[in-house]
Design a binder for this molecule. Structure first.
Ligand SMILES: [Ca+2]
Length: 269
């Protein structure tokens, strides 16, 4: 009996170790990537998505447009769990969570808002000189985009600019950087007006991967060039990647796959 028990215990240990050692889908990514849809979820088709993060069992989503901007908690199935409206003179932009607080940018108002991540109670605000587009964090600092080819790294408290980074592809600046997500040491950035996400090296700004997500955009948004892909959220413990877009009626869990051999790069498109 004893050897059998021992073997069973060793097997169980091995299974646990093997499960935890499962490699992330974000390791060893190629320079040209496409996607596979794993799950499709409902998304509020009135939500002009500007920021998206996953918080363990729900999303926090920030939306834009004057008079329509909100910060909200949303379940995986699209149910709005809590909703905070911004004053009508603010156009909401990117959001991220750091140290139990949600940070939310505004477009041209040079103002960001800070909320308690649990209650969404407003705790304060901060200001910055540029436009506000996308926002993410490496767990230490805030990383902001302003629609240009630059990323701005800010210390959160006190709010202070640490450095700027030019994002480039083959030596050319990559402009219109929008919604952001920090995933496994890289910055993933939506490119406004495209179906492309770029993966950026936060040290030198080089684009490491171009991800072509064309085909995801719902048919009923094609009439308006602004209603593009915007919104990347990463569920790190489960290694899941979620994307959606402005006024899209769907949110997708996708997996990145190498592009077909010989396919053209998606950027610029
Ligand atoms: Ca995000």
């Amino acid at each position: 009996m004893f050897p059998a028990l021992l073997i069973a215990a060793l097997l169980a240990l091995c299974l646990a170790a093997c499960a935890s050692a499962k490699p992330s889908q974000f390791e060893n990514l190629e320079s040209r990537l496409s996607y596979e849809v794993l799950q499709t979820y409902p998304h509020d088709p009135t939500a002009y998505t500007q920021g998206l993060v996953w918080r363990g069992d729900h999303f926090i989503e920030g939306t834009g447009l004057y008079g329509e901007s909100v910060l909200r908690k949303v379940s995986l199935n699209g149910e709005v769990l809590q909703n905070i409206a911004l004053p009508p003179e603010y156009f909401g932009e990117g959001i991220t969570e750091l140290n139990g607080k949600i940070y939310q940018l505004t477009w041209k108002e040079n103002t960001g808002f800070i909320y308690d991540a649990q209650s969404l109670e407003k705790l304060g605000q901060f200001s910055y000189p540029t436009e506000g587009w996308g926002l993410t964090t490496d767990g230490d600092v805030l990383i902001l985009s302003d629609g240009s080819s630059k990323l701005f790294f800010y210390q959160p408290e006190p709010f202070e600019l640490l450095r700027e980074l030019e994002v480039s592809l083959d030596g050319q600046p990559v402009t219109r950087l929008n919604e952001l997500e920090w995933i496994k040491g890289s910055v993933f950035a939506n490119i406004w007006l495209t179906d492309t996400i770029v993966r950026v090296d936060p040290k030198d700004g080089r684009v490491l991967s171009q991800i072509d997500l064309s085909g995801l955009r719902p048919q009923d948004t094609l009439h308006d060039s602004a209603l593009v892909l915007n919104g990347i959220a990463y569920d790190e413990p489960n290694d899941k990647l979620f994307v959606t877009g402005k006024k899209w009626d769907k949110l997708f869990e996708i997996r990145l796959v190498p592009s077909a051999e010989g396919s053209p790069g998606p950027y610029p498109n």
